[in-house]
Design a protein around this ligand. Structure first.
Ligand code: COI
Length: 369
């Protein structure tokens, strides 16, 4: 990993009032997901006249934005999610940060925002992790979740790409995304009332709007006792797309791994991509293709579909035990997850934590000096 960007150096302003080591240790014992934050943040400004400028690592604090700021009205916002891990040998590791930089770049283009130089994206992450490295939790299943994001900050009510933006990175020590942990199977509600994304829309961009539009369906899922929601395509309303906050994979009884193809409406998951590679390396036949919910029901009943799992940076690989829908439910296997899901999960985590061979060079070491 590069340290300070060669294109834009980061000024370092240390937080004069960091949390005490005792309070930090207390928070790190059981951080949950996304509620605890570190002492610093990265901030970079963009304006039409100056381009990207004023890169700084500073004390974490609220932004002061104008009530007419474009993001508050038209949702011009994108984000990323990646994790830093502390390896046994003391190194701090990031998993495929270039893939996040690349996706962030693509999301910016889709949302008519100024793409950020990948070098600046990576340097912001490196510098933030470096200064807040004491916040990396070391209990199993925990990590430092990094949230790069960019929003339109021009005070202007016309519907037009803004002329001012802020890129920022915050960091949050996290445990499992799901309250039940990440190895216990979760339940998923098939929503037929709402859609997540349509052809030509923003489905494959990582923008806040996609998640905002998933929330009513997520409420439906929770009302029906489920952890997550599953969306179908908007055209035929039969093909499986993705969950509210993660991709989905299906393990068949003939050594095949099936996952919906990336057709413009599905997020290009970094975890998804990595799992497909690991599955191939394990000798599985990987199929990125359309898979209908009717086929899922039929295949689960016949036993052809053995395991299903959710995958994403936050969720890692979490087994799905049951799908519920209006008028019924479909249990996957015995409802307790399965061996292939567990193996892929362990393989991935071992690579992420520097405990296994990394043949593709996915893991990057944070530069401290
Ligand atoms: C991630 O997995 O990093 C995401 O951005 C999804 C969100 C559900 C936390």
């Amino acid at each position: 990993m590069t340290g300070s960007s060669t294109v834009l150096p980061f000024k370092i302003e240390k937080n004069p009032n960091p949390l005490s080591a005792e309070k930090r240790a207390d928070l790190l014992k059981n951080p949950g997901f996304g509620r605890v934050f570190t002492d610093h943040m990265a901030v970079v400004q963009w304006s039409a006249g100056k381009g990207w400028h004023d890169a700084v690592i500073t004390a974490r604090k609220p932004f002061e934005i104008d009530p007419a700021s474009a993001v508050l009205h038209y949702g011009q916002e994108i984000f990323e999610g990646l994790k830093a891990y502390r390896a046994h040998d003391g190194r701090i590791l990031l998993f495929r940060p270039e893939a996040n930089a690349e996706r962030f770049h693509n999301s910016a283009i889709r949302l008519a925002m100024p793409p950020l130089d990948k070098d600046v994206f990576l340097a912001a992450i490196n510098e933030l992790v470096k200064i807040d490295r004491n916040w990396i939790p070391e209990t199993p299943d925990s990590s430092l979740y990094l949230r790069p994001f960019m929003f339109a900050n021009e005070a202007f009510l016309g519907v037009h790409p803004a002329n001012e933006y802020i890129f920022s990175v915050i960091a949050s020590p996290v445990g499992s995304y799901f309250k039940s942990g990440s190895t216990k199977p979760v339940s998923v509600w098939l929503d037929t009332e709402f859609s997540r994304a349509g052809p030509g829309g923003t489905g494959e961009a990582k923008c806040g709007g996609n998640y905002a539009s998933s929330l009513l369906a997520q409420i439906n899922a929770e009302k029906n006792g489920c952890d997550q929601v599953l969306f179908l395509d908007v055209v035929e309303r039969k093909w499986i797309e993705e969950l509210g906050g993660m991709n989905v994979c299906f393990v068949m009884d003939d050594n095949r791994l099936v996952t919906p193809k990336l057709d413009g409406t599905i997020l290009h998951g970094v975890t998804r991509k990595s799992i497909l590679q690991l599955a191939k390396d394990n000798g599985m036949k990987v199929e990125e293709r359309s898979y209908s919910f009717d086929d899922l029901k039929k295949d689960a009943k016949s036993g052809h579909l053995k395991e299903v799992f959710a995958c994403g940076t936050a969720a890692v690989i979490t087994p799905i035990g049951v799908f519920k829908y209006e008028g019924g439910e479909t249990v996957i296997g015995n409802g307790n997850g399965g061996e292939i899901t567990q193996n892929l999960r362990e393989q991935l985590i071992h690579i992420q934590k520097g405990e296994a061979k990394d043949p593709y060079g996915w893991v990057k070491t944070v530069k401290i000096d």
